[in-house]
Design a protein around this ligand. Structure first.
Ligand SMILES: [Zn+2]
Length: 216
């Protein structure tokens, strides 16, 4: 899979059967900003209305006139995925447009010359995030393609995220790559946390994470 560019446009090219994008973050002036609620973007009015029937929320016509943004009222979205083909969960280091390194936190991936070699990521989760913030270490790039458990007839959706919590939780809840499971049901949850900074400012953060559903 080409990993040299990121964003909705690339995902759209990769998955032409995708009818909409679920987002917990968006890019503003080159910075990734968390959204206050799940946003579903689609070019299809019937898909937008189906999503709003299932989860509640508000539909807006996009500023560029190309489709609709739905801000969803529901924080928990149950999805169905094939864990072997519908999910990539990598740590990626980029310099501008250039891809420097792709790994899974322990071994290098993707770059043929070094694939399978141990990577230099710190074992400690806190150090990993600090290295990513400093621009010296990779950060998560998670891609999911899925059906909505509440509306499989609407079609397939896609999500791209750079959330550490989503990347870490997916590693916990997905079956190992040595299993033959070809469909799992997961819940994507938006979590909200409030805390006070040292200077006494109240800050709230929102982030996505995945949880498993009991199998039926
Ligand atoms: Zn690594």
């Amino acid at each position: 899979m080409p990993l040299t560019r990121i964003g909705v446009a690339e995902v759209l090219v990769e998955h032409e059967d995708v009818v909409g994008f679920l987002m917990a973050e968006e890019s503003r002036n080159g910075r990734t900003v968390a959204l206050p609620a799940w946003k579903m973007t689609t070019g299809d009015r019937a898909v937008a209305d189906g999503v709003l029937r299932a989860y509640g929320g508000v539909r807006r016509t996009r500023g560029d006139g190309r489709g609709y943004d739905c801000m969803l009222r529901c924080d928990s979205i149950a999805i169905r995925v094939n864990p072997r083909v519908d999910i990539t969960n990598h740590l990626v280091l980029r310099k501008g447009e250039d891809l420097v390194r792709v790994c899974d936190g322990s071994v290098l991936l993707h770059l043929a010359s070094s694939s399978g070699a141990l990577c230099s990521c710190p074992v400690d989760a806190f150090e990993r995030r600090a290295a990513a913030r400093a621009g010296t270490g990779p950060k998560p790039e998670v891609r999911l393609t899925f059906e909505l458990a509440e509306g499989p007839e609407l079609g397939r959706f896609s999500l791209f995220s750079s959330s550490w919590e989503l990347a870490d939780s997916l590693r916990r809840v997905l079956p190992g790559t040595d299993t033959n499971v070809d469909r799992v049901e997961l819940v994507l949850d938006l979590h909200r946390k409030q805390f006070a900074t040292r200077s006494g400012l109240d800050v709230s953060i929102v982030f996505p994470a995945a949880a498993s559903l009991p199998s039926k």
